[in-house]
Ligand binder design. Structure first.
Ligand code: RIB
Length: 294
């Protein structure tokens, strides 16, 4: 079983030709509301990859929650550990420009209420073969506790270091597997050496399996005391929207890991899935199904 511990958002997305400059007012090319949140997106990616997955997180008691959970429900993510709290459902305000790049501003809402008590209540029965997938969009103390619970249960923890926050850096040294994008990794292990050298040094000194995603260039797989392996990405004719591509990567990677795939094989599948996720609008609506990836 794969358990995702993290955030649930409703995404408010506008498309623009180019991001506005400070003080500028611009017309949009369209608006849509769709389900999002890094945790929820990753849970849906596990499910669409064909895995059994449960989502641990919080929403408000509001209509935004219905929209935020709609695709998870429809696709069969186990929501028995997704609770309601007094805060309103988390929101993400997203701008996507013609290049497919985005900017995201978050109203944390219920995600800010995820606590050590949430972890204790929802993760008490983690088992030896389980995988716990986490991101950094809920409070640090709750993630820290969740990783400890996984460790004492003999489950493997996979931490996606998004969104990057300075004070969360120590968490990456506790998780069994770390998935970072290039910018996050550069902040995790700064230095003037080439990224490949820093990645190999980081994996060797922490003993962690490290995956660095490289956008259009695929991903780098770094196992402790081994040479890094580069996994290229398929070339896309047009990038529509990169929102949720990283989440798709994490979900597919964990499903492959749960099936016993080695890190490079898991990364190959995850890179393909993440590339496909860039071909459609929205975070959750763009997550591909396994049959499409294959
Ligand atoms: O990773 C993409 C996600 O980041 C969006 O769905 C948004 O909700 C933010 O959490």
């Amino acid at each position: 079983m794969i358990t995702v511990f993290g955030s649930i958002n409703l995404d408010m997305v506008i498309r623009v030709a180019d991001f506005p400059r400070p003080g500028e007012t611009i017309p949009t090319k369209g608006f849509a509301m769709s389900a999002g949140g890094k945790g929820a997106n990753q849970a849906l990616a596990v499910r669409r990859a064909g895995g059994d997955v449960r989502m641990v997180g919080l929403t408000g008691k509001d209509s935004h929650a219905d929209l935020a959970l709609a695709l998870l429900k429809a696709d069969g993510v186990d929501l028995t550990r997704t609770e309601v709290c007094k805060e309103s459902t988390g929101l993400a305000f997203i701008q996507v420009e013609d290049s497919g790049e985005n900017t995201i501003a978050i109203v944390k809402g219920a995600n800010g209420e995820v606590s050590v008590a949430t972890a204790n209540a929802a993760l008490a029965d983690l088992g030896g073969g389980d995988i716990l997938l986490l991101q950094q969009e809920v409070p640090l103390a709750s993630i820290d506790r969740a990783i400890d619970l996984a460790k004492s249960a003999g489950a493997r923890s996979v931490l996606n270091t998004a969104p990057f926050q300075e004070e969360y850096i120590p968490l990456a040294r506790k998780a069994d597997v770390v998935i970072s994008n290039e910018t996050e990794f550069d902040a995790l292990k700064p230095g003037s050496e080439p990224r490949l050298e820093r990645a190999e040094a980081y994996a060797a000194e922490t003993g962690r399996l490290l995956i660095v995603t490289l956008g259009a260039d695929g991903a780098m797989v770094v196992e402790p005391d081994k040479e890094a392996v580069n996994v290229p990405s398929p070339k896309l004719d047009k990038v529509v929207d990169t929102t949720g591509a990283g989440d798709t990567f994490c979900g597919y990677f964990c499903k492959m890991m749960a099936d016993g795939a080695d890190p490079v094989t898991a990364t190959r599948m995850a890179v393909k899935a993440a590339s496909l996720a860039c071909c459609k609008n929205g975070a959750q609506p763009s997550i591909p199904f396994a049959a499409d990836v294959k």
